[in-house]
Ligand binder design. Structure first.
Ligand code: 4NP
Length: 151
């Protein structure tokens, strides 16, 4: 099973989800492939946002090795599931889908923990520390649910 998590910049929400999922995969000895990407080209090659790295570190999650990359059409071939953080990411990813099979791979990340509610992980980029902790809690809970559902 190969899972891709996607946000806008690939420096806040999706690298956090990648780091948390990798942590849980390791802890539970699972053989899942996890990656993350951004729909924009704004931060390609960059490390995650320092505020996200700092917040994750408080929860013992290390994001420092991760680097941003942009979502590409080929990701529909590589991954079994593509989880997006908000409705704008959803539109951007679906625009690149070539067929129904591609489209069916895509869902909002929080539909894992809050089925059918189409809730968004809010973009923390322009907010304060509370926003980053709120994002952490939302992403952590959905990540745990995802891992539970897969083994
Ligand atoms: P992310 O957050 O999509 O969670 O990585 C953002 C990062 C950068 C920008 C927006 C959102 N930006 O506009 O540069």
């Amino acid at each position: 099973m190969k899972i891709l998590v996607v946000c806008l910049g690939n420096i806040c929400r999706s690298p956090l989800a990648e780091g948390i999922l990798l942590h849980l995969v390791k802890e539970k000895n699972l053989s899942l492939i996890i990656d993350s990407a951004g729909t924009s080209d704004y931060h390609i090659g960059q490390a995650p946002d320092a505020r996200t790295v700092e917040n994750a570190k408080k929860h013992k999650i290390d994001l420092s090795p991760l680097r941003a990359r942009q979502f590409i059409e080929k990701d529909f071939d590589t991954f079994d599931k593509i989880y997006v953080m908000d409705k704008s990411n959803l539109q951007n990813v679906l625009k690149l889908a070539r067929n129904d099979s591609d489209k069916q791979k895509v869902d909002l990340f929080l539909n894992i923990s809050h089925p059918n509610q189409n809730m968004e992980v809010p973009d923390p980029y322009y907010g304060g520390e509370k926003g980053f902790e709120n994002v952490f809690q939302l992403v952590w809970n959905a990540s745990e649910e995802l891992i539970k559902s897969l083994h």
